[in-house]
Ligand binder design. Structure first.
Ligand SMILES: Cc1ncc(COP(=O)(O)O)c(C=O)c1O
Length: 391
């Protein structure tokens, strides 16, 4: 493979010697599952996002599930969310026996539209789950106002939003519950992992219990000299706890987080500059920094303008792959999956803004392990394809 056609993957984690050493230390320490490293990761992460309480879990999916339970969402309730999300957001609503209600997205940010969400509120609505899509902050003031007016819980899906701020407030310190993902492709990774932050002390205690079988006390202490063999099960909980190996990885990633984010921002700026003025592309919106918003640039999502091209999105993705550029699509909307069509009666026409965006969107590689040359190559190959297929 030559320089001009070497494959540039869509996403890679940045794991250095620090991470390897941190995990190895845990492996040598005799304490590999939930323990002191997890406690430290929770404390450091809470501090990092200005959250009063943080509970480390084994995924963002687990965090969403426990947030819904802690918010008292159950059978007969409705939860409003966006169709432009990963299936976990909707599946967890179904897991607590509630009904997901999809409202359309904002055409610019592709985050849940507060106006569309407001129009879906009924007496059964119990919560709203905005997604900070791609790392761009959702319109939190509008959602908080809706929550206050209608007595709803706000559960933020912050799977893309470690490092996102809204109006000077860090995501993690805003809504009732915020669920983060540390999955392998995320901008801070523990391979698999998640964190739930909340200002509600009692809810945090219950989440901790529910994340470990419903067992009443810090189970990890049971095996220490200070611990006791005795415990009680308070509720039928889940096995959602984070391991100390994952927490050690997370702590090492936090130490380099600012540097990694700087690289993401720099690469996003390079894409913006290189693609500016191309009529075939709509570029992702930046955050309104003057108002105190910060974009985490987890994803760089471009939208093709079909009237300027002789090729559609699917063919463009295939052609980019041929050129050696890995891409992804965020997301196949919930309305497009046969399962949700069958069980929820949803259809792509319910949320036309999300459906139109889906048909035009693709996510380009954006991660700190990319080299500046990789970025140049993605730009070169993308612009050359656009040129070749210009109408
Ligand atoms: C918007 C969104 N929500 C939730 C999740 C689930 O995260 P996890 O894999 O940590 O459970 C993802 C993962 O990709 C996501 O993109």
């Amino acid at each position: 493979m030559t320089e001009s056609n070497r494959y540039i993957p869509y996403a890679l984690p940045l794991i250095g010697e620090e991470e390897i050493q941190a995990v190895t230390e845990v492996l040598r320490s005799d304490w590999i599952t939930t323990g002191p490293k997890t406690k430290q990761f929770e404390a450091d992460f809470a501090h990092f996002v200005d959250a009063p309480h943080a509970v480390a879990l084994n995924s963002c999916t687990a965090a969403l599930h426990l947030a819904l339970l802690a918010a008292g969402v159950g059978p007969g309730d409705e939860v409003i969310t966006t169709p432009l999300t990963f299936c976990a957001t909707v599946n967890t609503i179904l897991h607590v026996g509630a009904t997901p209600v999809l409202a359309d997205v904002d055409p610019v940010t592709l985050c849940l539209s507060p106006e569309a969400a407001a129009a879906k509120i009924t007496p059964r609505t119990k919560a709203i789950i905005p997604v900070h899509y791609a790392g761009h902050p959702a319109e939190m003031d509008a959602f908080l106002a809706l929550a206050q007016e209608h007595g709803l819980a706000i559960i933020e899906d912050a799977a893309h939003a470690v490092g996102t701020s809204y109006r000077g407030r860090k995501v993690g310190s805003i809504g009732d519950y915020t669920a983060f993902s540390f999955y392998a492709t995320k901008n801070l990774t523990t391979a698999e992992g998640g964190m739930l932050t909340t200002p509600h002390a009692e809810a945090a205690d219950r989440i901790r219990v529910m994340g470990l079988h419903g067992i009443s006390r810090d189970a990890w202490k049971r095996y220490t000299a200070a611990g006791s063999w005795y415990y009680e099960v308070q509720e039928a909980g889940f096995k959602y706890n984070m391991t100390d190996m994952a927490a050690a990885l997370g702590l090492a990633q936090m130490a380099r987080f600012d540097a990694m984010q700087q690289v993401r921002r720099c690469y996003a700026d390079r894409y913006n500059q290189a693609f500016a003025g191309l009529s075939a592309l709509e570029l992702p919106p930046g955050a309104d920094e003057a108002k105190g918003d910060v974009h985490a640039w987890h994803l760089y999502v471009i939208r093709l303008n079909p009237e300027a091209l002789t090729i559609d999105r699917d063919a463009f993705l295939d052609a980019l792959k041929e050129e050696g550029v890995g891409t992804s699509v965020h997301f196949i909307p919930i309305t497009h999956h046969p399962f949700y069509q069958r069980t929820l009666g949803v259809s792509p026409t319910d949320t036309p803004v999300a459906t139109a965006a889906y048909s035009r969107m693709l996510s380009l590689p954006l991660y700190p392990k990319m080299t500046p040359d990789d970025v140049s190559e993605v730009i070169r190959r993308t612009t050359s394809l656009l040129e070749r297929h210009r109408r």
